[in-house]
Design a binder for this molecule. Structure first.
Ligand code: FAD
Ligand code: DHB
Length: 390
């Protein structure tokens, strides 16, 4: 097979890149290790920045998003038994939209299939070759048969555990990394949300997050130990802990319902520089990871591919190489802003196992400042709703 852009990975980054390229008249083929059903039902992110929504709508993907997405004009920070609203609309004029990542993925797959584009699901043994030549290749097995995809450029959108980043020769990439001494236990519950905006709670027993997916489904997270055994968390224990950490002095109640899904998510900050080697361009989680506290991961993936789609379009339609040469630097400026914001939110809102009372006093002071100073609240708000796409 031959195409212009070989895309490895059908997550939000790979699928949106393929979509934007198709709109610009550039050919691509997406290869994905998992099944269509698996990627359409993988429950992950839920918060879309305004810039992400605007891009999806402008590229013809807004139909269901605008109908079913929940527009939120603020969030609540909750600590010491009280909630404090951060009013995004008043502080920034912008909002966020709650719409599951797997819904974005379904919309993208639907659009690709309607346009007659092929996505090769369930492929195995994917590897990338000749990255420093003008004719790189992706090889894989489909139905047990070896196949080769010849391209001019490869997009490595295969997530943190993919094959593209490790295929870059040693010594090319610089890695910057932090791990955190905790993880998140997340549940999806068939319970109507008991509040109409997200709640980020700082509690002496650890962080808790209240979110949602629809008027019928609540999404909740708890800070737990990094090596936590999920089997030790019965539904009853999870609800007890959520009630404790989210409780307020005025008797706010969290609605319970059957637990539909449970997961553990590690917390990590990770960036490689540059996001390119020869004709391989990394985008999304393949190049960088943020801890989920700032809700930035999927939004960063979208920002990367909007830059990459523009650069590839200039390359294939007018032979311009300058935008591709600037790709990594253009993305990394935004990536590091999101890295800082996610690290900052994580550090402010979690209990550190080795944290002493000095650290706790600093965290409380920071929270008090953010909810009482318009300047501090505006800084949180403008980062949360997302800085303009590059
Ligand atoms: P992925 O979604 O990981 O997609 C990569 C794809 O490549 C996958 O389909 C994978 O199967 C495929 N693949 C892997 N290896 C191969 C291979 N060898 N060959 C072929 N295909 C391969 N982000 C936010 O913006 N907001 C949030 O609210 C938020 N909350 C989160 C909550 C949780 C619990 C988690 C885990 C993440 C959250 N994130 C959030 C992060 C977000 O989900 C990721 O940043 C996002 O999925 C990145 O998209 P991607 O396309 O780069 O990578
Ligand atoms: C969700 C996930 C996040 O990481 C976050 O910061 C906010 C919401 C969610 O899954 O709804």
């Amino acid at each position: 097979m031959r195409t212009q852009v070989g895309i490895v990975g059908a997550g939000p980054a790979g699928l949106l890149l393929s979509h934007l390229l198709r709109l610009a008249g550039v050919e691509s083929v997406v290869v994905e290790a998992r099944s269509r059903d698996y990627v359409e039902h993988r429950v992950r992110a839920g918060v879309l920045e305004q810039g992400t929504v605007d891009l999806l709508v402008a590229s013809g993907l807004g139909e269901r998003l605008q109908r079913e997405g929940l527009c939120h004009r603020g969030i609540e920070l909750r600590f010491a038994g009280r909630g404090h609203r951060i009013d995004f609309a008043a502080l920034t004029g912008k909002a966020i939209t709650v719409y599951g990542q797997q819904e974005v993925v379904k919309d993208l797959i639907g659009a690709a299939l309607r346009a007659g584009s092929e996505i090769l699901f369930d492929v195995t043994d994917v590897s990338v070759h000749d990255l420093d030549s003008p004719a790189p290749r992706v090889t894989f097995h489909r139905n047990g048969v070896p196949e080769e995809l010849q391209c001019a450029v490869i997009a490595g959108t295969d997530g943190f555990h993919g094959v593209c980043r490790p295929s870059i020769p040693p010594g090319v990439l610089a890695t910057f990394e932090r791990t955190y001494p905790f993880a998140w236990l997340g549940i999806l519950a068939a319970a109507p949300p008991s509040h109409d905006e997200l709640i980020y709670a700082y509690h002496e027993r650890g962080f808790a997050l209240f979110s949602m997916r629809s008027p019928e489904v609540t999404r909740l997270y708890l800070q737990v130990a990094p090596d936590e055994n999920i089997d030790e968390w019965s539904d009853a224990r999870i609800w007890r802990e959520l009630h404790t950490r989210l409780e307020t002095d005025d008797g706010w109640r969290l609605n319970e319902g059957p637990v539909l899904e449970k997961l553990l998510a590690p917390m990590r900050s990770f960036v490689v520089e540059p996001m390119q080697y020869g004709r391989l361009f990394l985008a999304g989680d393949a190049a960088h990871i943020v801890p989920p506290t700032g809700a930035k991961g999927m939004n960063l993936a979208v920002a990367d591919v909007s830059v990459l789609a523009r650069a590839l379009t200039a390359f294939f339609t007018s032979g311009r190489e300058d935008l591709l040469e600037q790709y990594s630097a253009t993305c990394l400026a935004r990536v590091w802003r999101a890295e800082h914001f996610s690290w900052w939110m994580t550090s402010m809102l979690h209990r550190f196992p080795d944290g002493d009372t000095f650290q706790h006093k600093l965290q409380r002071s920071q929270l008090d400042y953010v909810v009482s100073s318009r300047a501090a609240a505006t800084s949180l708000a403008e980062n949360y709703v997302g800085l303009p796409l590059p």
